[in-house]
Design a protein around this ligand. Structure first.
Ligand code: FMN
Length: 260
């Protein structure tokens, strides 16, 4: 049975219109869900860096949301000025997108994180304890490893000097080599180290081999065996984000306001 050309074209056009309508409806109806998932994922990673949630621990979305609601305040930080900008909504501002937008991004000279640009504002998380006192501050960090850009969070204790924890949530380093940045053992070696020297310069470094205990060597973290390039990348990116072009201006202001 032969169909007329008119019928065939009409049939194809109908199928196209119906399918594109379905895809559009799905995209629009799932958009909110997608945004909520992305937000919860970010929040979970912040809690992991701060040690409130273990990596891989089964914690419901509701628990993450509740913990955030009760204990965490999200600040929008102007990196150049070191000030907190309350005119920007932290639930919708996307620093990773802003860092790629030629209209918004802050281009950088060569730097230890190997980054070309950052967003003008970053989201910083202020954690409080049950009494409402500052417990920790969680800073986003990013920079080049060997194969990839690593994205994570670095948590500082309320003294704004001692490291609480670190957690990378996205990278493509080799499992078993650079990928050991995800191991609980390596991550634990950050806890209690001092990020800055007496002059406030970020000096913390991933060393080669195991680092002595924090009391003996407060500025060193265990090395990543067979992955010196990733390790040096992590040193560079952490120092960058704690330095003048990262959160240095913000941390200085914040410490001063709190009389630290
Ligand atoms: C398949 C393959 C994957 C590698 N992945 C990494 C990696 O993820 N991170 C890294 O620093 N080095 C990686 N390396 C090793 C580097 O090429 C380099 O030898 C290493 O960083 C040197 O570190 P070391 O002085 O601790 O041995 C890899 C090498 C090979 C052959």
């Amino acid at each position: 049975m032969a169909f007329s050309t008119r019928f065939t074209v009409g049939f194809m056009a109908t199928i196209c219109v119906v399918c594109s309508a379905l895809v559009s409806v799905a995209a629009v109806t799932l958009r909110d869900r997608h945004q909520v998932n992305a937000l919860r994922d970010r929040q979970r990673n912040v809690l992991v860096a701060a040690g409130l949630v273990e990596r891989g621990e089964k914690v419901s979305e509701e628990t993450v949301a509740e913990l955030f609601e009760a204990r965490v305040k999200t600040l929008v930080v102007d990196l150049e000025e070191g000030t907190i900008d309350t005119s920007i909504d932290p639930t919708t501002y996307d620093p990773r997108r802003a860092a790629q937008d030629p209209e918004q991004r802050r281009r950088l000279a060569e730097n230890s994180a190997g980054l070309v640009a950052t967003a003008p504002y970053e989201l910083v998380y202020e954690l409080t304890d049950e009494d409402g006192e500052l417990d920790a501050i969680v800073l986003p960090v990013a920079g080049r490893g060997l194969w990839s850009t690593l994205y994570g969070y670095l948590a500082l204790e309320a003294d704004l000097v001692t490291v609480r924890g670190i957690a990378f949530y996205e990278h493509a380093e080799t499992p078993g080599l650079g990928g050991e940045v995800d191991s609980a053992r390596w991550r634990a070696s950050w806890k209690g180290r001092r990020a800055f020297d007496e002059e406030g310069k970020p000096v913390i470094a991933v060393t080669k081999g195991p680092a002595p205990p924090p009391e003996d060597e407060p500025h060193e973290v265990d090395g990543l065996s067979g992955a010196t390039i990733t390790a040096n990348g992590v040193t560079g990116l952490v120092r960058f984000w704690l330095g003048e072009e990262g959160f240095g201006p913000f941390l200085a202001r914040y410490a001063k306001e709190r009389g630290r």
